[in-house]
Design a protein around this ligand. Structure first.
Ligand code: B12
Length: 214
């Protein structure tokens, strides 16, 4: 089945709340050779963005939007035996959403792509307070921090987190990537916020991260 078709079928199943069928559809596709990265970027990502469009146009309910995220996170977890199988490289990534930011699937995908690239990843999820991010960076001796922002009004908070991280002793060599919806349209924002770079998707994030720590 081609990926566009797979994404369409997946979307229909998640909007109908059919968790088991959605899961079987994806697990079967992966079993038959569809790479996990393609499932993330060409099935989950477009399906969730289409959910956002349908919700904005009032064509689906908030419940359906919630179901779509919940089912996607469930299926991502079922794919984990394949995500956590790469050889380790001794590089640590902390990946997080800002305090107040609830959109966590994108940065979870970013963390999983780094994990597939052999990094040790510490995915903190939604709504993480700045002090918790700083403490985790120190605890795991991270080489890279990935911060995800979806809502534009949270951008100032990203700048403040970056400033705080940069001021910590012991984190002088840490590189910082930012990403998420506002950066898709305006990548130059990353420099303005004090980060070292951005990327449009999880694959690009790994490419940029590798460049930064080389
Ligand atoms: C699911 C969803 C939610 C869920 C999130 C649940 C969860 N556990 O994540 C809930 C219901 C909580 C939610 C709430 C809200 N949402 Co919402 N939501 C979405 C939706 C449908 C999908 C998000 C998603 O998972 N996308 C798929 C992922 C894979 O894409 P992505 O996030 O862009 O990530 C990729 C890249 O950006 C990049 N990337 C992401 N992070 C990072 C980090 C780094 C370091 C790098 C390098 C790259 C990178 O790589 C990722 C993978 O390839 C979007 C629609 C959309 N277009 O995305 C709306 C959307 C983002 N939401 C929107 C809105 C308005 C809201 C609310 C304000 C609604 C409300 N009135 O309450 C709240 C705000 C909550 C908050 N404080 O954060 C708007 C934002 C509009 C705007 N331009 O600001 C959207 C676009 C919907 C729409 N069409 O209007 N939402």
């Amino acid at each position: 089945m081609d990926l566009e078709n797979l994404a369409q079928q997946y979307l229909e199943l998640v909007l109908a709340g059919r968790r088991q069928l959605a899961s079987t559809l994806i697990l079967k596709a992966v079993e038959e050779g569809t790479p996990v990265k393609a499932v993330y970027l060409d099935v989950f990502q477009p399906a969730l963005r289409e959910v956002g469009r349908l919700w904005e146009e009032n064509r689906i309910s908030i419940a359906q939007e919630h179901l779509a995220t919940a089912v996607t996170q469930l299926v991502m977890s079922q794919l984990y035996p394949r995500v956590f199988s790469s050889e380790r490289r001794g590089l640590a990534l902390v990946a997080t959403c800002l305090g107040g930011e609830l959109h966590e699937v994108g940065v979870r995908m970013v963390a999983d792509f780094f994990e597939m690239g052999g990094w040790d990843t510490y995915y903190l999820g939604a709504n993480t307070p700045d002090e918790a991010v700083v403490a985790e960076l120190q605890r795991v001796n991270a080489a890279l921090l990935g911060v995800s922002v979806t809502i534009s009004s949270h951008l100032a908070r990203a700048a403040s987190l970056i400033k705080r991280v940069r001021a910590q002793r012991g984190l002088e060599r840490l590189k910082i990537l930012v990403g998420g919806l506002p950066f898709l349209a305006a990548p130059e924002l990353s420099g303005e916020l004090g980060a070292d770079g951005t990327a449009v998707d999880a694959a690009g994030a790994v490419a940029r991260g590798e460049e930064l720590v080389r």
